[in-house]
Design a protein around this ligand. Structure first.
Ligand code: FES
Length: 57
């Protein structure tokens, strides 16, 4: 599922970034993948995804 349409980033890419330790918050996701760096509409969804990955880790 696409989370960030501006940057074409999927939930799998975000999950992978969190699980491999490349990102642990929306700010690091922005740095790694560009999530939430344009319109910003995906920030909330991205944050929820990061939180759910952290909880299941
Ligand atoms: Fe992610 Fe626009 S949908 S920045």
């Amino acid at each position: 599922m696409y989370v960030c349409l501006c940057k074409n980033i999927t939930s799998s890419q975000i999950r992978d970034a969190v699980e491999t330790g490349r990102a642990g918050c929306v700010r690091s996701l922005a740095r790694e993948l560009g999530v939430a760096t344009q319109c910003g509409k995906c920030a909330r969804c991205a944050r929820e995804l990061v939180d759910s990955c952290a909880r299941s880790a």
